[in-house]
Design a binder for this molecule. Structure first.
Ligand SMILES: Cc1cc2nc3c(=O)[nH]c(=O)nc-3n(C[C@H](O)[C@H](O)[C@H](O)COP(=O)(O)OP(=O)(O)OC[C@H]3O[C@@H](n4cnc5c(N)ncnc54)[C@H](O)[C@@H]3O)c2cc1C
Length: 348
């Protein structure tokens, strides 16, 4: 009998798999490429919400756990995953500058906001009101992470590249049966695909579609990420991701003309050099109604679990949630009430 079936090999599925494998557990992971959030993500980790200059939820703790987690995976997989990437916020008014300095006095924020403003970051990104630098930022190459972790799972015969069909799951008292395979437990890590999971579709996921434009801009020569109305994220070789958009209504997977036009108009206001659009990507962020992750046990079945709800911050959140869920599964340690799925049970 397997120890665990895991459904989904995005950030959630691979962090859960890794935590379990490190404890000597056996896993079988199903992945069908029906969702793309982790693949298209900018991969930025940044402890500060740059719209309001507030600390992102539990960001300090998440940095301490998640960055060493990715460093360890770099060694295991033999690939570079973490890239140093300074993040600058372009100010659009004196008021925004003042808000930055006010934020510096808030508990937990001062260590992440640089007090010295930069008058210029790049010749092609003019600003009348300077730039503020966020500390402890960077980028995880999520596409490389997913590709290399999935290869690793194949090498240990633990990846099944097909759709998990929920109607074929037979839930028994102390294990589950799927396609002739028995497992002690099953963990669903399906991102926004959870909406099609009859066991968990009672959860209040609204999902939030995000799109990036991919542009080539030879003269930009930007090494930092810069945020104004949109982020400009350097990818190397004169390629930049521009975005992302936030759309609570459209839940389709395709990229749209509307997002393209919005992002183009924002980019044109931000940079003065020429650029060429070379691509566009889209994904649905698995966002919950209270903007917190959802992890834990199904209200009725003791072998059925989920790890989801990372919204727009999966890079920092996923390793922490996977660690907590696996400690709960394997050591019966309590879950944090803020993220425990049981906060929604009363609505079922
Ligand atoms: C445009 C965009 C930009 C983003 N930028 C950032 C960023 O810069 N920093 C950051 O921290 N976060 C970012 N995010 C958010 C981040 O991508 C998510 O929080 C995270 O990827 C969610 O991971 P997940 O594994 O829960 O979901 P997903 O990535 O959606 O993974 C779920 C996986 O399950 C698989 N699956 C689902 N159903 C089934 C089934 N029935 N059978 C088999 N497989 C199944 C899917 O194919 C998918 O691979 C961004 C998101 C978007 C859309």
């Amino acid at each position: 009998m397997l120890d665990y079936i895991i459904v989904g090999a995005g950030l959630s599925g691979i962090t859960v798999a890794e935590e379990l494998l490190c404890r000597g557990k056996t896993v079988q992971v199903y992945e069908d490429s029906s969702q793309s959030s982790s693949t298209v993500a900018g991969g930025i980790y940044n402890p500060v919400i740059l719209k309001r200059f507030t600390l992102a939820w539990n960001a300090g703790e998440q940095l301490e756990i998640s960055i060493p987690f990715y460093r360890k995976l770099e060694k295991k997989l033999g690939v570079q995953l973490i890239f140093e990437l300074p993040v600058y916020r372009k100010f659009n008014s004196v008021e925004e500058q003042n808000n930055w300095f006010t934020a510096m006095d808030k508990p937990g924020l001062s260590r992440f906001l640089d007090s010295k403003l930069e008058t210029s970051v790049n010749d092609c990104i003019p600003s009348r009101f300077s730039f503020g630098k966020v500390r402890s930022t960077g980028r995880v190459d999520t596409a490389v992470l997913l590709e290399s972790y999935r290869k690793f799972l194949i090498s240990i015969d633990s990846l099944v590249s097909e759709s998990f069909v929920h109607s074929k799951l037979d839930i028994r008292e102390d294990h589950v049966d799927y396609n002739g395979e028995k497992a002690k437990n099953i963990v669903f890590c399906e991102g926004f695909g959870i909406k099609d999971n009859p066991l968990f579709n009672f959860l209040p996921f609204h999902g939030n579609k995000g799109e990036y434009l991919i542009v080539k801009a030879k003269d930009l020569q930007l090494k930092e990420a810069v945020k104004s109305s949109v982020f400009i994220l350097p990818q190397g070789n004169n390629i930049y991701k521009i975005g992302a958009t936030y759309d609570n209504v459209d839940k389709t997977r395709d990229h749209t003309q509307k997002a393209r036009e919005t992002l183009l108009s924002q980019l044109k206001k931000m940079i003065t050099c020429d650029f060429e659009v070379v691509g566009q990507v889209a994904g649905i962020r698995p966002a919950t109604i209270d903007r917190k992750p959802v992890i834990g046990k199904h209200p009725l079945y003791s072998s059925v679990y989920c790890c989801n709800g990372f919204g727009s911050r999966g890079v920092l959140i996923a390793p922490v949630m996977a660690k907590q869920l696996v400690a709960y599964l394997e050591e019966q340690l309590p879950l944090d009430p803020e993220t425990n799925i049981n906060r929604f049970n009363k609505t079922t």
